[in-house]
Design a protein around this ligand. Sequence first.
Ligand code: SF4
Length: 425
Amino acid sequence: MIRVTAVHPDSIASELGLREGTELLSVNGRELEDFLDWEFLTAEEEILLHVRQPDGQEIEFEIERPLGEPIGVGLEPARIRRCANRCDFCFVDGLPDGLRDVLYIRDDDYRLSFRYGNFATLTNLKPHDERRIIEYRLSPLYVSVHATDPTVRRYLLRNPTAPEILPQLRHFAEHGIEFHTQIVMSPGVNDGPVLRQTLAELYEFGPAILGCSVVPVGLTEYSKHHLVREPTADECRAAIQLIDERAAIARAGRGVNWAFGADELYLRAGVELPEAEIYAGFDQVENGVGSVRWLQQRIETVSAQLSGWEGKRIAVVTGTAMAQLMPMVLRPLTSITGAEFELIPVVNTLFGPSVTTAGLLPGTAMQRALQGRRDLDLALLPGESVNDDGLFIDSMSLGLLASSVPVEVRLSKDFVDALRVPVAA
Ligand code: SF4
């Protein structure tokens, strides 16, 4: 059963009299479990929909509509699938006490992997889930492999019953499912020969594995430092070498780069980022893989739309990691817009200075950085630092921050989103 949370005006749902609180029970006799069932089972032109109205009345509707016309309901969010692992590097273990409850949930959900590109380990799948992945062709999936060696993988996941990943992927691949994969590199565990073997086995698996990224493990002040550590510059350089070797094989064999390092890996290694061409579709840009090159490309593509900024002073608030790479983006942006950009790297006061990602910056730290800055025309804040409810990780709201600093603030994920409309003169 799925509960309706909103009915769009002038939609099929409003014509039928569905309303907030209506329970969607089945489509064509198939019980509904979540948004996946709803989307896939209602994709037909003709459907039989069984609902229970908030007053308890059950009704069946025969619906016939042009293909693609939505029914017009908002659905309650699916209950997130909990993770079956206990990785030493888990972000949840690295959280301080006192944050929003939802942040302490370890999610590992193949549905969100398909829908949003969240990485999942597939260690909590039941036969029913496997059947749905195949039936609904949930492809591509984003999979955290970490290591193909089952012993190493189980150790990393702290899950002695984790199924072997390669046979699991094989089963899905035989039904047409493809994968983007990642390896979170934990030094001394899955780097070196283990990394070489993992990259080789994933590549040799065949084209169903579309690519593999290597991301250095990231920790906060609160993480389990007695069990896991971040890689050194030398260890990152060694990983880049293995990635380059595998990428050369992939280019020769399949004409694609296939193996990638996260921007963070290059940053820690002190090695220049690869050129944009290697990332092809930027499939893992949300995972920090090719983000800087993607930004540069994006800005160049829409440069004509970024007018009206000549002489303006714009602050770019970001984490200390991105701040090191940001000049590569701000230089072209300056020449395109004629604005003056000031980079404001903000130290993470909630998780400690080792957490350098912009997306985890607390609102209070950014607020402090912008206090008294009347000289600025605009301040750009990292778009990924705010959730769907407009809250930063420390629960400060964007509205509160905006009203407490003397400069207009805008969220931005790629500059273009925030600079299309100039600030008022
Ligand atoms: S898979 Fe590991 S890192 Fe991800 S949520 Fe589970 S325990 Fe945390």
